[in-house]
Design a protein. Structure first.
Length: 255
């Protein structure tokens, strides 16, 4: 991954993935598998763990087959506990990611980053967001998110999901306008309108000149973009309808 495609170095991403994956497993082990997940309505804790395990398996398919995998193990084998399925997938993926230089080419679904580094970053944030979900389901109270990882997660949510995936899906906004974001030491601008969605990291001055400006701690902005905290956790100036449109478009991109 080129340095400009993220805000955290690859060694940190790999280390954080292992930590977050372990924390997710611990949270899941501390509560009933049937516990509802407040931040992912309709899911139980068992559903959540199974979902993450399937994402790990699918990523292994991308890396090993050199293309989008047509088949991957979505469900535990007959008689295999979900927790065991998750632990195996976690260990395999951690080993696979560690075995390659992040600059090595790999099949990905983002043309801007066809490297193993893409998957270090993507799997970290897949795990981190769902670790927060698991801790909420387990009643662990307020989950903390390291500031550097949260800022990188804001960058990924905006540039990868908002700026790329929505275009691939053929989805765009109904209102033209820009939304600026401030989180820690970084700022971004997201633009939307009929047939257009794009986002980029920028100066604080540029973001501050947008039609709406969303600001907050890196963790608050990160979790708000992922739909995990209410709008009251961030501060919005300017056109609130534009910021709401950005949030709604991300719900479609990240579902």
């Amino acid at each position: 991954m080129s340095p400009e495609l993220g805000t955290v170095d690859h060694g940190r991403l790999l280390e954080a993935f292992s930590v977050e994956a372990e924390l997710l497993g611990e949270a899941a082990h501390s509560a009933s598998p049937d516990s509802p997940v407040p931040t992912a309505p309709g899911w139980t804790l068992s559903d959540l763990v199974q979902h993450v395990a399937s994402r790990y398996r699918k990523t292994l398919g991308w890396l090993r087959e050199g293309r989008r995998p047509e088949h991957w193990q979505r469900d535990p084998l007959p008689g295999q506990p979900v927790s065991e399925c998750y632990a195996e997938a976690r260990a395999e993926l951690a080993a696979e990611l560690a075995a390659h230089d992040p600059a090595d080419r790999a099949a990905t679904w983002w043309p801007a980053d066809p490297t193993h580094g893409f998957w270090r970053r993507r799997m970290l944030h897949e795990t981190l967001v769902h670790r927060v979900d698991a801790e909420n389901a387990a009643g662990a109270g307020d989950s903390s998110v390291p500031e550097d990882l949260a800022a990188d997660g804001v960058d990924e949510a905006l540039t990868l999901y908002y700026g790329h995936k929505l275009t691939v899906m053929g989805i765009s906004g109904t209102r033209n306008g820009t939304v600026g974001f401030h989180a820690g030491d970084y700022s971004w601008t997201a633009r939307a309108g009929p047939g257009e969605t794009e986002a980029w990291r920028c100066s604080a001055r540029e973001a501050g000149a947008a039609d709406a400006v969303v600001s907050g701690s890196p963790a608050s902005v990160y979790l708000w973009l992922w739909g995990r905290v209410p709008v009251t956790m961030v501060h919005t100036d300017g056109d609130h309808e534009l910021s709401a449109q950005t949030w709604a478009l991300l719900r479609l991109a990240t579902r």
